[in-house]
Design a protein around this ligand. Structure first.
Ligand code: NAD
Length: 484
């Protein structure tokens, strides 16, 4: 077999120990790697490079397109960015694949039948990191979902299900509240699902879906989620399957893929030959499938299952009465190596048919732009005047109306407070003031909005932000105020 070039980072804390263990197991199983070792993480930060990433890293990963990464320590405070997030976003590793399978009765879990895979969108949603403090009292974080981004993660989930013989794909959103953003994800889910008639599909509102997943995870198969829900629920899934310390993940994009454990660098356990290498090993198994060495992946996976089944356990999963032997990282690796070629007897063995496992990413689909028509503008104000009375604000702000745009509603934290607000509503210093074109009036232009803003400013109001209100092929591209 030809050697596959891979980029490897040995990481921080327990990273070097578990990486050595995993590379040892995989090479003993016949993996053919040509390793390019790179430096990222604490050592690079401490040498004065605040990105924590050696410049040679990007050259390496562009060449190998495969990154096997041990956990890294993100120094607290000081404005350090997470290297994981930087790598995922820079290389557009949009699909995060996180299997969570129970190892009952060998590892404690309340869910012996659980075997699901979470496919988490990795780049969008509230993780765009666009946050502002807008007034004394109010802070915002923008939730951005795109159609191409939603479409490709959802398609990835169905392709994953197809390649792995899985029967059902479930999406969770909160589209009863976020009708535009989560509504887009749900709509695209329905569209893409229709292209896969052989795979069952279902959608749950995220709160009840999450509750069901925590209660009866065995009724789920593949779950596709926007970034934040995926981040939270994939840890829940890993934990209820057995332990967060035992889950691996793949981050797949069109240009590269990264494989890792989902846990961190566990600094308190570093250098003691104690850590469980399982999470990183399961990441490595996904990597072997991805780079076309599925026989090796199968070998390693089954030997690892047999090791768990034989009760050879590291401290984190060791239980009196169930475990047979408490071992360190190195001894655990040797136990797996000793079982290469064996199959588990109680746990179901795995089989990776060629091409199954980790589908390659598909490019984003670009569509013809819709016809956009400007309908009005939301002008956000900082206003702390006269008892914060919406009537007072509405009356005086109406004087800023222009011929083309007039004040239509004022909301506070989304709820309509003018006209006809309720006296009980608590108001902050942050007001969203919606100006609309009169019904049937002439089309609005950017120039009209600039004139309105000038008029609002001339009445001594403090504008902190604006959002333009469009229709797209006649469909509203904005939500209506709550209470309207
Ligand atoms: P952690 O995952 O490192 O540790 C949480 C707990 O789990 C600890 O008690 C630890 O001892 C235990 N644990 C974790 N992995 C284990 C293993 N393989 N075997 C046995 N026990 C294990 O989380 P943390 O303490 O919050 O974070 C430590 C550092 O790791 C931080 O700097 C954080 O930023 C970083 N981190 C990195 C990644 C990553 O690189 N993907 C992910 C999460 C956290």
């Amino acid at each position: 077999m030809a050697k596959t070039p891979i980029t490897v980072a040995h990481g921080d804390g327990i990273g070097p120990e578990i990486m050595a263990a995993c590379l040892h197991i995989m090479s003993q199983a016949g993996a053919e790697f040509e390793i390019d070792e790179v430096k990222v993480g604490e050592e690079v930060y401490l040498s004065g490079n605040t990105s924590g990433i050696d410049p040679a890293f990007w050259d390496s990963i562009r060449q190998t397109k495969v990154f096997y990464k041990a956990p890294l320590t993100t120094p607290q405070g000081g404005g350090f960015k997470s290297i994981n997030v930087t790598t995922r976003k820079t290389l557009s590793l949009y699909a995060n694949v996180r299997p969570a399978r129970s190892l009952h009765p060998f590892v404690d879990t309340k869910h012996p039948e659980m075997d699901l895979v979470i496919i988490r969108e990795n780049e969008e949603d509230l993780y765009a990191g666009i946050e502002h403090r807008q007034t004394d009292e109010v802070y915002q974080c923008l939730k951005l979902l795109s159609r191409p981004g939603s479409e490709r993660i959802i398609r990835y989930a169905f392709e994953y299900a197809k390649a792995n013989g899985r029967q059902k794909v479930t999406a969770f959103t909160k589209d009863n509240i976020m009708k535009l953003t989560d509504g887009l994800f749900h709509r695209v889910f329905d569209e893409v699902a229709a292209e896969y008639p052989d795979i069952e599909n279902e959608h749950w509102i995220v709160d009840i879906g999450a509750a069901k997943m925590a209660d009866t995870p065995e009724r789920f198969d593949v779950i596709v989620l926007p970034n934040l829900y995926g981040d939270v629920l994939s840890d829940v899934a890993a934990q209820i399957a057995g332990s967060v310390g035992m889950a691996g993940s793949a981050n797949v994009g069109e240009h590269a893929a990264m494989f890792e454990a989902i846990h961190g660098s566990a600094p308190r356990r570093a250098g003691q030959n104690m850590a469980n290498p399982t999470g990183l090993l399961l990441g490595g198994i996904m990597m072997l499938v991805h780079i076309g060495q599925p026989e090796v992946a199968e070998h390693v996976h089954n030997a690892w299952l047999k090791t768990i089944e034989d009760g050879v356990h590291t401290y984190d999963i060791y239980r009196d009465g169930v475990s047979q032997e408490k071992v360190g990282t190195k001894e655990f690796a040797e136990a797996v190596v000793a079982r290469l070629g064996q199959q588990p007897e109680t746990l179901a063995p795995v089989s990776y048919a060629k091409g199954a496992g980790i589908p390659t990413a598909t490019p984003a689909v670009y569509r013809e732009p819709a016809k956009r028509e400007l309908q009005g503008v939301d002008v956000f104000l900082y206003w702390n005047g006269e008892g914060r009375d919406p009537e007072t604000l509405g009356t005086s702000l109406s004087q800023a109306n222009t011929d083309q745009l007039s004040l239509n509603a004022i909301t506070n934290r989304g709820l309509k407070v003018w006209p006809d607000g309720a006296p009980e509503t608590f108001c902050t210093d942050h007001w969203r003031c919606r100006f609309m074109a009169p019904e049937g009036g002439q089309a609005i232009t950017q120039q009209h909005i600039l004139e309105l803003l000038q008029s609002v400013h001339s009445k001594n109001f403090e504008i902190i932000k604006t959002e333009h209100l469009y229709t797209f092929d006649g469909e509203l591209g904005f939500s209506l105020p709550q209470g309207q």
